[in-house]
Write a protein that binds this ligand. Structure first.
Ligand SMILES: [Zn+2]
Length: 197
């Protein structure tokens, strides 16, 4: 199973509570075409563009330890499975949820589009998107090899610059047919989506 980091265009009003409805329209065609088999906000990429957040230290992602039933004691000694919680200052007797697909949605995974358009913006190492997705379709950004080989610079990929230019000049239409309003970046955000295939 291969994981992809998709940057998905969503309305600026999108929150973790209504994200599902805003991801469905642009991503359903990719599911139908078997380009991807599944997706979710964040997932293994949770917090990818938010250096101030670590999903593995979010108390919402820790579960009672099943080795010791949360007692921290096993066979008369310290349960080693849930020792990391104590050293990380998290609830004693808990362990990190191993399945990133179960991690709690992080509001920081929905980023205002103008932040990505800022010339000073750069993607944290290894977290440049593999593809851009909006209602006009998917654009592969040719970044996957650089990410795998560790040579990804975090700069906005040329193909993504082209997408941004096309959006601003009206050559790319991420809106349903009939909506003719000029593209305004302030009315959009980008969701970090972990897709697999
Ligand atoms: Zn334990």
């Amino acid at each position: 199973m291969t994981h992809l980091l998709l940057a998905v265009l969503v309305p600026h009003t999108t929150t973790v509570d209504n994200i599902a409805e805003h991801l469905a329209a642009p991503l359903l065609p990719l599911l139908d075409a078997h380009t991807i088999d599944g997706y979710r906000l964040g997932g293994g990429c949770t917090g990818a563009w938010d250096p101030g957040y670590d999903a593995t230290l979010d108390p919402r992602n820790w579960r009672p330890c099943t080795t010791c039933d949360g007692t921290t004691r096993v066979d008369g000694g310290r349960c080693m499975d849930c020792l990391p919680a104590a050293t990380a200052g998290l609830a004693v007797g808990t362990v990190l949820e191993w399945n990133a697909a179960q991690w709690a949605p992080h509001p920081g995974d929905i980023v205002p589009l103008p932040r990505l358009l800022d010339p000073a913006w750069s993607y944290p190492k290894g977290h440049t998107p593999d593809a851009w997705v909006d209602l006009a379709g998917i654009v592969w950004l040719d970044t996957t090899d650089a990410k795998l080989s560790g040579t990804d610079t975090g700069g906005t990929p040329p193909r993504l610059r082209q997408v941004f230019d096309d959006l601003r000049t009206g050559h790319r239409h991420p809106k349903p047919p009939g909506s003719r309003a000029r593209f305004d970046p302030a009315r959009w955000a980008v969701a970090i989506v972990d897709a697999h295939h």
